[in-house]
Ligand binder design. Structure first.
Ligand code: GDP
Length: 298
């Protein structure tokens, strides 16, 4: 992820750091190139504009251009601004609020976004890394295959799934999961809601009813990172209707651009908590804005 953006920016900054003295004009020229690079990475226009303006405000003027290493100072300002746009200055965006067992986690998103896979990846992580006892349940009553998929993944990763009972509504399954989680001494129960190809009212009503019954501690929206700005639009819609606490961007292993990651926080105000980096169960990483900024700047 971010390879193209990283290549472009390293070109710009190489030229800048090679130069000894810098004028305000040199900085402006470099930042124009940064803006183009951001737009080519599919960062949304208002975010790219605000980004460049923030860097420009900090980088032009005596302190930077008259310093001994002006180019490096500019790179540092860009780095800090990248961290800011990625995290909104939240020190730990990947943190999960899952104290007070059993903590419900609601997984939402469009069909095909990677929701079921991500549910299992996260369950595995919580169980193996954090030592939590996790119960997973699929609420996708329209697609029996989706329920079976979760059960199979559960077996693979050694995480329990709620037994499938035919004919129940999503709210009934969620209620059963809640009871089972309490009775069985689970720390966390994860509800994999049904997805649709597009956002529709039936889907939203269904997820809202489930949300009202379980009162999730975390509502994680899973979006396909390859869809760029669409991912950000989907997040805005889900957040408006359901209220999400964080975002998981999937398929970031296939994305050389990364614009969705860079626009998500600034536009939706919601933190990216995790990124999916492949189909395997261990291909889920916590989102670290400082590491990502470092990766982008090479
Ligand atoms: P759902 O319909 O949203 O539940 O989507 P699934 O979880 O069934 O995932 C759809 C496809 O995307 C599956 O083939 C997954 O293996 C794949 N997938 C999910 N997450 C990732 C990811 O981070 N990277 C890649 N390359 N594939 C993923």
């Amino acid at each position: 992820m971010f390879e193209n953006l990283s290549d472009r920016l390293s070109g710009v900054f190489e030229r800048l750091t090679k130069q000894g003295a810098l004028s305000d004009e040199d900085v402006k020229t470099a930042l124009r190139e940064v803006r183009v690079a951001l737009l080519e990475a599919d960062v949304s226009l208002p975010v790219a504009r605000a980004f460049v303006k923030a860097v420009q405000d900090k980088a032009t003027g005596q302190a930077v251009t008259k310093s001994v290493t002006p180019g490096q100072q500019v790179v540092k300002i860009v780095h800090d601004e990248l961290v800011h746009v990625l995290s909104g200055d939240d020190a730990n965006p990947g943190e999960m609020k899952i104290d007070n067992p059993p903590a419900p986690i609601l997984m939402v998103g469009l069909q095909g976004s990677g929701k079921t896979t991500t549910t299992a990846k996260l369950a595995r992580r919580l169980s193996q890394r954090n030592g939590k006892r996790v119960l997973m349940a699929s609420l996708d009553v329209n697609r029996p295959a989706a329920m079976e998929q979760l059960a199979i993944l559960g077996q693979q990763i050694g995480v329990d799934t709620l037994p499938i009972v035919k004919g129940q509504t999503p709210v009934q399954i969620a209620t059963r999961a809640k009871q089972q989680a309490a009775l069985g001494g689970y720390d966390v129960y994860m509800l994999d809601t049904a997805g649709r190809l597009h956002i529709d009212d039936v889907l939203m009503d269904e997820v809202q009813s489930v949300r009202d019954v379980v009162k999730p501690r975390e509502t994680l929206l899973v979006v396909d990172g390859l869809t760029g700005q669409d991912a950000v639009n989907v997040a805005q819609e889900f957040d408006g209707k359901i209220g999400v606490s964080g975002v998981v961007l999937t398929r970031m292993d296939g994305d050389g651009r990364g614009g969705a990651a860079l626009s998500m926080r600034a536009i939706t105000g919601k933190p990216i908590k995790f990124v999916g980096l492949g189909e395997k169960m261990d291909a889920l990483e916590e989102f670290h804005p400082d590491r990502i900024a470092g990766r982008i700047l090479g």
